[in-house]
Design a protein around this ligand. Sequence first.
Ligand SMILES: Nc1nc2c(c(=O)[nH]1)N[C@H]1C(S)=C(S)[C@@H](COP(=O)(O)OP(=O)(O)OC[C@H]3O[C@@H](n4cnc5c(=O)[nH]c(N)nc54)[C@H](O)[C@@H]3O)O[C@H]1N2
Ligand SMILES: Nc1nc2c(c(=O)[nH]1)N[C@H]1C(S)=C(S)[C@@H](COP(=O)(O)OP(=O)(O)OC[C@H]3O[C@@H](n4cnc5c(=O)[nH]c(N)nc54)[C@H](O)[C@@H]3O)O[C@H]1N2
Ligand SMILES: [Mo]
Length: 700
Amino acid sequence: MNTDGSSDQAFPSGECGVGYSMCDNCNHVPMCGLRYTWRNDDIHNLEGLDSTPCAKAYGLIQQRTHPGRLLRPLLRRGEKGGQPRFVPVSWDDAYDFIAEKLLSVRSRYGADAVFFFCGVTKEPRPVVQRLCALFGSANYGTECSTACMRAASFASHLTFGWGALQQYPDEHTRLAVLWGVNPAVAHHYAMPALFAARDRGCRFLIVDPVRTTSVELLGGLHLRPRLGTAAALAGGLARVILHEGLYDEAFCREWIHGFDEWRAYVDGFTPARTEELTGVPAEDVIRAGKLLGESGVPSFMLSSQSTTHDRNGINNHRAICLLGALCGAVPPQRPAPALENFDIWGNGGPADFSMRDVLLSCSKRRIDAETVPAWANWAWKVNTSYLPERIEEGRIRALVSFGMNVGIWPSPKCYANSFAKLDLGVAVDYFYRPASHANMDVLLPAAVNFERSVPFGCYGSVLRGRTALPPRGEAREDWRIALELGCRLGYEEECFHGDPEAACNAILARWGLSMADLRAALPSGIDVGGRKRGTESRPGYATPSGKIEAWSDYLAGFGLPALPEYKEPYAVSPEFPFQLIAGMRRPLLTHSRTRGDCPWLQELEPVPCVEIHPDDAKACGVHDGERVRLRSAWGCITLHVRLNPALKQGIVGVMHGWPEANVNDLIPREFDPASAFPPFKEVPVRLERIDAADDGEAVS
Ligand SMILES: Nc1nc2c(c(=O)[nH]1)N[C@H]1C(S)=C(S)[C@@H](COP(=O)(O)OP(=O)(O)OC[C@H]3O[C@@H](n4cnc5c(=O)[nH]c(N)nc54)[C@H](O)[C@@H]3O)O[C@H]1N2
Ligand SMILES: Nc1nc2c(c(=O)[nH]1)N[C@H]1C(S)=C(S)[C@@H](COP(=O)(O)OP(=O)(O)OC[C@H]3O[C@@H](n4cnc5c(=O)[nH]c(N)nc54)[C@H](O)[C@@H]3O)O[C@H]1N2
Ligand SMILES: [Mo]
């Protein structure tokens, strides 16, 4: 590749070959390794290196050649707020513009006035953190620190000191608990282990208001609570176990901090009251409690987000964690990570490369330090829930974003509108997304996965290289963009003179490897022999008390409830009679990505739908396929009815990510006080028929 971004690897016509990459069309980590055949710059064939690629991987072939892709850097002309107009510029001009603005913002307002953000795009996270730390800003955030698994992880850390309850059943497991998680759709790679457990005779207890594909496939006892009531249900189940004496009293006394207080608290959740609060019949609460208490040590697989997507999310998730502890589901030891200090996809790369100590050292200066202090003191990623306020008041002046979709946030227009106030907005993306980018100043075209030479794949302790097709147009790799920007800002050495391969080689040096070694080993990976999970045993828990914490002095110190207390979700009413699952995952859709970008996939899932139980649809007078309005107290969207008998009556579901009908328009910016996560899974809504006469008024 030449420094001007043009390619000297263009393929002569008729040439063909084999390449290696990784699918990034879902949020699973590690991602599926791919082997592809290309001819004349077209990809003809895909094979999985470890498993058969799913339809989403094929969708990526179309994404790469999509005519709407951003192929050149674009610079805004004219005022913000009005009709956006962008003109193509060279990379040099784009970098000059950005660097000048960033340096000017830093000198006038300080480095913290620049926010660095990574959305879904997990691959460049290490290098974007590094850029943020070098620049000197305390403000780095991701989609994870606002909407995804970090809140569940926080609840688990508060309870155990680490993220503990993503357990698979093993050969001794007699009961596997799946709480608010639907692996058959969202984590298909988990299914073989669950099928094997089922075939061994392991029972399942699944807690989900929906009769999901996982319930259909795995069977067992299925509890169907109202949304946002986990603290009450977990409390009710714990009470059964405690009353029946089906727990290890000595363990709980020794290892659960605040055991007596918690026991006294959950005593209020009698089966009858639990039924009243959660909608789960009292007899099922008793059956499930006994099953939990009488099945040895159950395994617990919890949601990465559905149980934390409400205004009491942290306490709901903590309550489930404690139920696990009561059942002995957590051994008193600290598990070692699979590959120490190294999680390039999910978390942010090796701490030294990502300069995490620098980010941690300035946590007091972060924009979430005052609004969500319990979070800011724990998480090294900034929660972005109050970003609009910080922009409006001028505390944040510039935004450098990689793969940012404002549609993932509640009331997204509020975020997008605030961007008009920025001195500089930069978006690195595959496409121009009006909802997110209309108020940006610079758009930079990102190379797609087949066009990226870095980073390497990381599958536990196995590292795998990749090869790259030349990027289309003038697109560049995210890593390269971040490093080149760093060079323009004066960090030539630290940014490896803009060379992504050199940056990855610096990471690989700890194992005496280079990218060239990984490429030479393709299609195999190289096992660098990290320590395996659970081989190290250290007694105690990494909490302030050194015990499992039912009572959290940490939370109490921030004026939050010390016990995982129950709080009522928003009340349904005759005006808004349904609870809404905003973000019900569909098998072929991932967030906003698999729509127009991947026409093959869109053919299979062409329109946004609200899923509803047939009896509820009948009561509303709507029929399958009909266009309706879905309204909450905060907004309204238009979509199609899909009858789904798997839904619990009284609950409707919509997949998030539809640009033309973003379900987050219905969600208020009211947050959990501990995590500032939004209420995606508790808002009351109603369906409205659209008469032909008022169709023109339909909001979308
Ligand atoms: N209502 C509701 N909202 C939710 C959720 C929910 O359940 N309900 N779920 C939340 C969760 S768990 C998550 S993880 C988030 C999803 O958050 P994301 O995964 O961040 O969201 P996407 O909609 O996929 O938007 C990603 C953007 O990044 C661009 N992009 C994709 N890959 C790359 C890349 O490699 N490089 C660059 N530069 N750009 C790239 C895409 O073109 C797109 O514009 O949504 C959250 N929002
Ligand atoms: N096909 C597909 N797969 C995906 C994604 C995608 O967009 N599409 N996104 C990926 C990402 S980023 C993430 S974070 C994961 C999320 O994966 P999961 O954690 O499995 O999340 P969901 O599938 O949203 O929700 C799981 C179940 O929780 C239930 N649920 C919702 N609210 C509640 C509640 O209040 N209580 C209880 N008990 N259950 C509730 C829903 O009915 C659903 O069946 O999925 C990943 N996998
Ligand atoms: Mo997520």
